[in-house]
Design a protein around this ligand. Structure first.
Ligand code: NDP
Ligand code: MG
Length: 395
């Protein structure tokens, strides 16, 4: 039977890699494509929809609907727009759904797919950070499957296959350290958007690239590890590994460590989730260990990269703190990208937002539903925007 698929965030970096794997596996001949979604890039969205003969293509931006309609004319693919249309597209039956929208906007469609008991390949780490317990409970209640796509989490998942989870002593996720790994604090203060975007090893969307430079990405991933696998925060470590060859390691109580190695190509983790529980041949480069020669590791510097400390705090508090942390981080990133605040101000802004919110709300309260998460997300964005404006004026 032909497998049906949907890709949320098809026009992004993960979306393009997913599209590439689908095409290589036979495209419209091998898969029935239900929904493809994007936002600003409607030309590309329409091109992809035509290539895969998608049922529906949805842009998040209602102003771009006429352009999408025009680009899809005569193709047989329906066009729709807006966040609600994206959520509705997740109600359409698909055997496998890629969640690769960037930011908290990915939460609702992923949740909707899980409510229908689907298999969700989860690249959108923000879903787990903002609503981990709800997401997992929804998957469990509806018999849905979540497969991690973030490279470190796919690596941990693979290292755990066939193992007794109770025998796990520690989990180590690696960080490349980003473009600023060796920059002194003073230089970091003046780092530009272009410098922050230039990731040394991975080709990714602009936002996650900058999050890698600030190590907010690794902070999100520590929380993601905690939420997805359920390990105690003390068992989870992050280590800087500039070569990005080892993606994660799992240590067991007999002292053994299983490491996952691979090239810095997201098509491995995406392809693993697409073919799971099988392994299929994938078009990724093969490692030449003699050529690589050395793999190095170092402890991350908490002073230059405060995001890790903030993330640890969120892992301790849990409840609504992840949603507040992520929302404040998204606003901080928007402001840095717009040149309104400096690179190091991002961590300062997130910390100040969490402090402000914890005096009005109990961030440790568990979310009883998606509304609680969306409420705190909104509140954190409002507070963070106010604080960012103060920061900009005092610069
Ligand atoms: P990109 O920025 O490259 O792509 C984001 C996608 O989301 C695009 O399709 C974009 O549309 C769409 N989009 C943007 N804003 C909205 C919105 N408000 N509502 C709906 N759709 C929107 O991101 P990445 O592919 O790099 O990352 C996607 C997710 O995967 C993130 O959560 C990231 O953290 C995670 N991830 C990414 C990795 C990578 O290698 N890139 C690695 C591990 C995790 P358009 O482009 O048309 O505007
Ligand atoms: Mg990652």
């Amino acid at each position: 039977m032909t497998r049906s698929i949907s890709i949320f965030g098809a026009t992004g970096s993960i979306g393009e890699s997913t599209f590439d794997l689908i095409l290589r596996a036979g495209g419209a001949e091998a898969f029935r494509t239900v929904a493809l979604t994007g936002s600003s890039n409607v030309r590309r969205l329409a091109e992809m929809a035509r290539a895969l003969r998608a049922e529906i293509a949805v842009t998040a931006d209602p102003a771009r609907l006429p352009e999408l309609r025009e680009a899809l004319a005569g193709s047989g693919t329906e066009a729709a727009a807006g966040p609600e249309a994206i959520a509705e597209a997740a109600d359409r039956p698909a055997d496998w759904t890629m969640s690769a929208i960037v930011g908290a906007a990915g939460l609702v469609p992923g949740m909707r797919a899980l409510r229908h008991g689907r298999t969700l390949a989860l690249a959108n780490k923000e879903s787990l950070v903002t609503a981990g317990p709800l997401l997992l409970a929804t998957a469990k209640a509806h018999g849905a499957t979540i497969l991690p796509v973030d490279s470190e989490h796919s690596a941990v998942f693979q290292a755990l296959t066939g193992e007794d989870i109770a025998a796990v002593e520690r989990v180590i996720i690696t960080a490349s350290g980003g473009p600023f790994r060796d920059w002194p604090l003073e230089r970091l203060r003046a780092a530009t958007v272009a410098e922050a975007k230039a990731h040394p090893n991975w080709s990714m969307g602009a936002r996650i690239s900058i999050d890698s430079a600030s190590m907010f990405n690794k902070g999100l991933e520590l929380i993601e590890t905690r939420e997805f696998f359920g390990f105690d925060p003390d068992m989870i470590e992050a280590v800087v590994h500039p070569q990005s060859i080892v993606h994660a390691l799992v240590g067991f109580h007999d002292g053994a460590i299983m490491a996952h190695l691979g090239p810095a190509d997201m098509r491995h983790a995406i392809g693993y989730a697409l073919n799971w529980p099988d392994r299929a041949a994938l078009p990724v480069a093969r490692l030449d260990l003699a050529q690589i020669a050395s793999l190095t590791f170092q402890a991350p510097d908490p002073e230059r990269f405060p995001a890790l400390r903030l993330a640890r705090e969120v892992m301790r508090i849990r409840g609504l703190s992840g949603a507040a942390f992520n929302a404040a981080k998204e606003i901080a990133l928007d402001n840095f990208m717009a040149g309104r605040i400096g690179f190091l101000d991002m961590a300062g802004l997130v910390e100040a937002t969490l402090a402000r919110l914890s005096s009005d709300t109990s961030l440790g309260n568990a979310a009883t539903g998606l509304e609680d998460v969306l409420h705190i997300d909104h509140l954190a964005r409002t507070r963070a925007a106010e604080l960012a404006e103060d920061m900009r004026q005092n610069r």
